[in-house]
Design a protein around this ligand. Structure first.
Ligand SMILES: [Mn+2]
Length: 352
C-alpha cells in the first residue's frame, strides 16, 4: 500500500460518493458514537443507490440498539450491522460482497477493530475519526480531533448531499449527544449545536433519544453505582509539573462483576464517575479484565490534566480529557501503584 494520505472534508465526501459497494467498520466494544456513524453511513449510502453494510467484532449492547435506529431496518436484503461473527465468516462475507471502498469510522487504530483487525489490515480505503491520529491506517484519512464526535464529522460529510432523513438524523444525534456528554464537554462548539439543530429539524424525537441514552437507571446501572461508591478512593498526587492534583478511582473486580451479573458493557456509564466529583481533576475507572485477572483496564477522565499522555505510556491513548489504557499487575494494589506513578511521571496540564 502507498503512504497514507490526509485529505480534506470535500475529498472525503467525493471518495464516499464515488464508491458503489461500501463496508463500514467501527471499533470493538461499540459505543453510541461509532454505531451512530456506522448506521448513518450505511443508510446514506443505500439512499444514494449504493450497496453498503457495517460490521462490528462485538455484540451491540441492547440499550444502544434503538438509539442507532435498529428498530427500523429499512433494507430487507441486508441488516445495517453484522456483529460478533467469527473473523473467517466476515472475511468470506466481505469477499463475496467485493466492496470498492472500506471505511473505518471512530476507530483510532487498527487494533481497535478487535478480532477483525487482521481481516481488514491494509484494505481500508478511508479512515474517518475524531481521535488524535495515532495510526493513519487508511489509504486516505480524514481526522479532526477537535470534533465532538465522529457523528458530527459524518454530519458534515452527509449534510450537503441532502440525504439526512429522520433515521439517519436519529443515529447521528445519538452519537453526538453521547460523545459530547449531552453538549457538556469542551469539544462542543457552535458547529456542534448547529449540526444538532439541523438534525432536530428533520423531525427526530430528540428527547426520546436522550431519554433512552441517559434517562432511566436500570437495576444493572444501580449495581454498577453501588460498586463505584463502595470502591471509590480519593487522593492527591503530584503531577509532572509539581502541582498537586485531586485524583480518584473506582475499582471493578471480577468478583463484583460476578456478584451482580454485570459485564463490561454494563459499566460504560461509570467512566466519568470519579472525575465528576468536586475537587477531582483526574478520575480513573479500573476494571479487572474478565479473562485475564492480572490485567487491569483503565479509563481516565480529567478536567485539566492531559490524560492521553499518561495513557500512551500505558499502552493506550485517546483524547486529552478522555483516554484508556491497561496495566499488568499481580494485585489491585500493584495496579493502583502503577497508575499513581504514571500520573506523577507523565501527567501534564492541558494547554489550550
Ligand atoms: Mn467517538
Amino acid at each position: 500500500m502507498n503512504e497514507p494520505v490526509d485529505i480534506t472534508l470535500n475529498e472525503t465526501r467525493n471518495i464516499f460518493l464515488a464508491a458503489k459497494r461500501i463496508v463500514i467498520l467501527t471499533h470493538e466494544r461499540p459505543d453510541t458514537d461509532c454505531l451512530g456513524a456506522g448506521t448513518a453511513l450505511v443508510l446514506a449510502a443505500r439512499k444514494l443507490g449504493k450497496k453498503a453494510f457495517a460490521v462490528n467484532a462485538d455484540e451491540i449492547p441492547d440499550r444502544l440498539k434503538p438509539a442507532v435506529g435498529f428498530a427500523s431496518e429499512n433494507d430487507a436484503c441486508l441488516p445495517v450491522y453484522i456483529t460478533a461473527e467469527p473473523a473467517e465468516s466476515i472475511a468470506d462475507a466481505v469477499g463475496c460482497f467485493s466492496p470498492d471502498l472500506i471505511i473505518a469510522a471512530d476507530t483510532a487504530e487498527l487494533s481497535l477493530l478487535g478480532a477483525y483487525a487482521s481481516v481488514f489490515s491494509g484494505r481500508i480505503g478511508l479512515k474517518i475519526d475524531h481521535h488524535p491520529p495515532r495510526d493513519q491506517f487508511g489509504a486516505f484519512n480524514y481526522v479532526d480531533y477537535n470534533a465532538s464526535s465522529c457523528c458530527e464529522i459524518i454530519f458534515r460529510i452527509l449534510s450537503p448531499l441532502g440525504v439526512i432523513d429522520k433515521e439517519i438524523a436519529s443515529a447521528l444525534y445519538a452519537g453526538i449527544i453521547a460523545d459530547s456528554g449531552n453538549f457538556k464537554y469542551p469539544a462542543v462548539t457552535a458547529d456542534t449545536h448547529l449540526a444538532a439543530a439541523a438534525l432536530i429539524e428533520t423531525g427526530i424525537s430528540h428527547s426520546e433519544i436522550s431519554e433512552r441514552l441517559f434517562g432511566k437507571r436500570t437495576d444493572k446501572d444501580l449495581a454498577a453505582l453501588r460498586i463505584a461508591l463502595d470502591t471509590l478512593e480519593r487522593f492527591s498526587c503530584p503531577r509532572r509539573d509539581g502541582k498537586e492534583i485531586g485524583c480518584a478511582w473506582i475499582f471493578i473486580s471480577n468478583a463484583d462483576k460476578g456478584k451482580y451479573s454485570l459485564d463490561d458493557s454494563d459499566l460504560g456509564g461509570l467512566n466519568s464517575f470519579a472525575r465528576d466529583i468536586e475537587g477531582v481533576d483526574v478520575g480513573v475507572t479500573i476494571k479487572q479484565a474478565t479473562d485475564e485477572p492480572t490485567k487491569f483496564k483503565l479509563s481516565f477522565r480529567s478536567s485539566k490534566t492531559n490524560v492521553s499522555l499518561i495513557c500512551e505510556q500505558l499502552g493506550g491513548g485517546g483524547h486529552t480529557r478522555a483516554s484508556g489504557g491497561a496495566v499488568e499487575a499481580e494485585s489491585p494494589e500493584d495496579a493502583k501503584r502503577l497508575i499513581r506513578e504514571a500520573i506523577e511521571k507523565y501527567g501534564e496540564p492541558i494547554i489550550e
